[in-house]
Design a protein. Structure first.
Ligand code: PDD
Length: 285
């Protein structure tokens, strides 16, 4: 596949950076994953504005305007569509603080950020019939990451360790709760639950990423007349929910049928999910 590195396109295998890059040494950078289906990106504006906010928060000058990021995305999709025949292409953008001559914690002055992009295959859109859905089983853990989870940092070891705990438990995600027992998000997704027909998701704060899929889903559900609120719920309420869903750029709105070994609701994909995924697709495409 073809990658983008510091203004140039090249085979991914030829994209090379220095081990003195602060992204490598410190995880000092910001990233985005943007889904595209048949050439059209989902939530592009949201992704570029979140990236701009993240870069600002860590004092890296945004190397490109939204139009320039759009051009890079379009080029990556165009150059990679021969390699990714399904047309379900995720675009990864990564801006690190850049390469320094020494390893020193403080932000160095006058270094240029390293900008990297590549394309990879993502899952096809979710089927809209619940009988064909791809359900998730998840683990549940106390969030042991940092207190700036709203920043989409490339320092992902905390997320990776939580995700791995799920894999080790034989499932494919880990939902997280804070020290008060309230659900925040999952290691790589946001979380929604349904109780008595009402959909809820935790409100935004420093404990979770403001997911673009989450934002699109909330709008889509409202437009379709579904009841959705941004409210905290506890891990006990999650386990008692009728339905639980995950949202992310690569998963859209995905149903969860088991949390920590316990079935959610009937243990099958729920009826509200079917309405929700239809609403999401109707809004998105
Ligand atoms: N993950 N929360 C966390 C911790 C995430 O890493 C992600 C995205 C989300 C959902 O955000 P969005 O809807 O904007 O994709 C929530 C990406 C896809 C990843 O790390 O691969």
């Amino acid at each position: 596949t073809i990658a983008f590195l510091n203004g140039e396109y090249m085979p991914l295998s030829e994209a090379k950076i220095s081990p003195m890059d602060r992204g490598f040494l410190f995880g000092d950078g910001i990233y985005e994953v943007i889904p595209t289906y048949s050439g059209s990106a989902v939530g592009f504006k949201g992704h570029t504005s979140r990236m701009a906010q993240g870069l600002k928060a860590i004092e890296i000058a945004n190397p490109y305007s939204a139009e320039e990021w759009q051009d890079i995305l379009t080029s990556l999709v165009e150059k990679n569509k021969a390699f990714i025949e399904s047309g379900n292409i995720g675009v990864y953008f990564h801006v690190s603080r850049g390469t320094d001559t020494k390893r020193f914690h403080a932000y160095p002055k006058n270094i240029a950020p390293t900008v990297f992009g590549f394309a990879f295959e993502i899952a096809p859109p979710q089927p809209t019939a619940k009988s064909e859905a791809r359900p998730f089983k998840v683990a549940l853990q106390q969030d042991k990451r940092w207190q700036r989870c709203h920043i989409k940092s490339t320092s992902l070891l905390g997320n990776v360790m939580h995700y791995q705990a799920g894999v080790d438990a034989g499932v494919n995600e880990t939902i997280l709760y804070n020290s008060e027992g309230m659900i925040t998000e999952a290691s790589s997704c946001n979380v929604f639950m349904v109780k008595d027909g009402c959909i809820s998701t935790p409100p935004l704060n420093h404990e979770l990423l403001p997911g673009i899929t989450r934002a699109i889903a909330i709008e889509a559900f409202k437009q379709a007349g579904l009841v959705v609120t941004e409210t905290w719920f506890s891990k006990d309420e999650l386990l008692e929910a009728d339905e639980v869903w995950l949202t992310s750029s690569s998963k859209e709105v995905a149903p969860v049928v088991e949390v920590d070994g316990k079935p959610i609701g009937t243990g099958e994909v729920g009826d509200v999910w079917e309405k929700a995924i239809k609403a999401y697709h109707a809004y998105k495409f």
